[in-house]
Write a protein that binds this ligand. Structure first.
Ligand SMILES: C[S@@+](CC[C@H](N)C(=O)[O-])C[C@H]1O[C@@H](n2cnc3c(N)ncnc32)[C@H](O)[C@@H]1O
Length: 335
């Protein structure tokens, strides 16, 4: 198990002490319990990310069909300097930082413009957060890193005010597309609350496009996305002493055109009963019954700008690629 890590330039902290987390183990699985006892059944997508899930996501980013990472990276490559010029030196806070690979494009721009700058990666997956923070420390001598292990919610409620002149929170990879409309709204309220007037928010959103491109991206020919989806069951088995048999489920990803969202499911191939010793939970599944594991909403730039503005997050500039497949929206808190 990871312990806290601290040097002068690098600090990794858990948003809650591990003892507290362990004591709350039962209530931690409450979301799994609720999801698997409702109809249709659901599992929150944060459970994709144990160490294995984080590694599989890295492989997904390299797949020929998975355009979002490449496209967002191309936008950052072109516009990171402009973003850094607009915001000036500020504390960089990344939600769901993962391997921080694309982030390096932003860090390079801030590195060029400043003698010293600060980055706070935040991720629920402790292993990848620690590994990437250590690598970044070796790559950027003028970077101060404070990594936080925990969820977006924990981070947005526990983030202290910054001693830097301003802060930019950024949320890449269109991870915002994994939220339902209500969670999207609540999340933006929390962002707006945490930011002070003049602070920035940089949001990556995957844009609406033809079904064939979207479905290919989530049903890759090498089966990596399927392995990523199924790995969620291993993670739950491990975390809550469950007995999912991965061979009894099939990956599915379909585009719901009406809702503008990819829906990712695990379909039960047999009638089966699953138990979780740690959750005091038994779940019955019909043959062909589906568990929803992720939605990935696809956005419209104007509607998103309007939504952000309604939260006092004033859009400053939109950066996009030549196909308009992905957008980065830079906003400034104006409350
Ligand atoms: C889709 S990946 C994106 C990674 C990276 N930002 C990118 O754009 O390539 C989502 C990342 O967010 C993390 N994550 C997922 N749900 C989370 C949550 N509720 N709180 C904190 N981190 C979360 C995962 O561990 C993973 O590293």
């Amino acid at each position: 198990m990871l312990t806290q890590l601290q040097t002068e330039q690098l600090k990794i902290e858990y948003l809650q002490p591990l003892e507290t987390v362990n004591k709350l183990n039962n209530s931690l699985g409450q979301d799994v319990k609720e999801g698997l006892t409702q109809c249709p059944k659901k599992i929150p997508s944060k459970y994709f990310y144990d160490d294995q899930g984080s590694q599989l996501f890295e492989q997904i980013c390299e797949l020929p069909e998975y355009y979002p990472t490449r496209t967002e990276a191309s936008i950052l490559r072109q516009y990171a300097e402009e973003i850094a010029q607009i915001t000036g030196n500020c504390e960089l806070v990344e939600l769901g930082s993962g391997s921080s690979t694309k982030t390096r494009l932003l860090l390079d721009a801030y590195d060029q413009q400043n003698d010293l700058f600060k980055y706070m990666p935040i991720d629920v997956s402790a292993g990848i957060l620690k590994e990437s923070a250590i690598q970044l420390q070796q790559e950027y001598s003028s970077l101060k890193i404070q990594g936080l292990v925990g969820t977006y919610d924990q981070a947005l409620t526990q983030l202290k005010s910054t001693s830097w002149s301003a802060r930019m929170i950024f949320f890449l990879g269109s991870s915002i597309g994994n939220f339902s409309e209500t969670d999207y709204d609540n999340f933006l309220n929390k962002i707006a609350k945490v930011l002070e007037k003049g602070d920035y928010f940089l949001l990556g959103v995957d844009l609406q496009k033809p079904r064939s491109i979207l479905e290919a991206a989530y049903n890759d020919s090498q089966g990596v996305t399927a392995a990523f989806n199924l790995n969620m069951l291993s993670h739950l088995n491990h975390k809550f002493q469950g007995n999912f048999d991965l061979n009894c489920f099939k990956h599915q990803a379909i585009y719901n055109e009406e809702k503008h969202q990819i829906e990712m499911y695990l379909e039960s191939e047999t009638e089966q009963r699953i138990t979780f010793k740690n959750l005091d939970l038994t779940v019955n599944l019909e043959r062909k019954e589906k568990i929803l594991t992720e939605i990935s909403r696809k956005f419209d730039v104007e509607q998103t700008k309007h939504k952000l503005a309604s939260k006092q997050l004033k859009p400053v500039k939109v950066f996009t690629d030549k196909n308009q497949w992905f957008a980065l929206i830079l906003c400034q808190a104006c409350k």
